[in-house]
Ligand binder design. Structure first.
Ligand code: ADP
Ligand code: 5GP
Length: 192
């Protein structure tokens, strides 16, 4: 398959709970040429999550088979679960000239960065404060408290990776953050 090398791959990373899922959804709703990459994961679905829409929820065995077949652009172990980006699906979207949004962590971003032929835009999202992040993680209210604590503990180490990204944006007011991220993406697209 011929991949449109100019197809934009927009990566949003952040410590857990900052608002990546909310932002990618809003970006895709407001721009018909943006499509969200649906990752594979061994994590169990949260109550409102739908298989094939939020993630492809798979067993560890299925995930390992995909690794062996070299079907992932990248994959990583995060909080005891595996998450990965399916290569063929992404290539198909790029060949349809879609701009693909990725809600993936810093490990996945590092792996994608090694593919020099890909046109990556890397944006790191931070919360206005750690206290606000804790509120958001609790408010999301679908993870148990020990899960919230585990994710908060990873905050400092996760945030340190912001240096590997093209832009850092603070998600304080959602609407402002969305506009800022959208502006960055459109700026990059217009430069092509
Ligand atoms: P992530 O995908 O980064 O883990 P989510 O998008 O699931 O984060 O957001 C975590 C929680 O924070 C959700 O309940 C979401 O509605 C809320 N949230 C996201 N952005 C904001 C914001 N700017 N202000 C307040 N709450 C927010
Ligand atoms: P959650 O369990 O909250 O949905 O996601 C946990 C973390 O996994 C988030 O930081 C999210 O960005 C990351 N993630 C989701 N899908 C992928 C993926 O395909 N690859 C990588 N490397 N990280 C992912």
């Amino acid at each position: 398959m011929v991949i449109d090398k100019k197809g934009l791959m927009i990566v949003l990373s952040s410590p857990s709970g900052v608002g990546k899922t909310t932002l990618t959804k809003k970006l895709a709703e407001n721009n018909s040429h943006f499509v969200i990459s649906i990752s594979y994961t061994t994590r169990k679905p949260r109550p409102n999550e739908i298989d094939g829409k939020h993630y492809h929820f798979v067993t560890s065995k299925k995930f390992n088979d995909l690794i062996k077949k070299n079907d992932f652009y990248e994959y990583a172990e995060i909080f005891d679960n595996y998450y990965g980006t399916h290569k063929k699906t992404v290539n198909e979207l790029l060949s349809k000239k879609k701009d693909v949004l990725f809600d993936i962590d810093w490990q996945g971003t590092q792996q994608l960065s090694k593919f020099k032929e890909l046109n990556l835009l890397k944006i790191f999202i931070l919360p206005p404060s750690k206290e606000e992040l804790k509120k958001r993680l609790i408010q999301r209210n679908q993870d148990k408290l020990d899960v919230v604590e585990e994710r908060l503990k990873a905050y400092d180490a996760d945030s340190a990776h912001k240096k590997d990204y093209d832009f850092v944006v603070i998600n304080d007011n959602l609407e402002n953050c969305f506009k800022e991220v959208e502006k960055i993406i459109l700026m990059k697209k217009n430069k092509k």
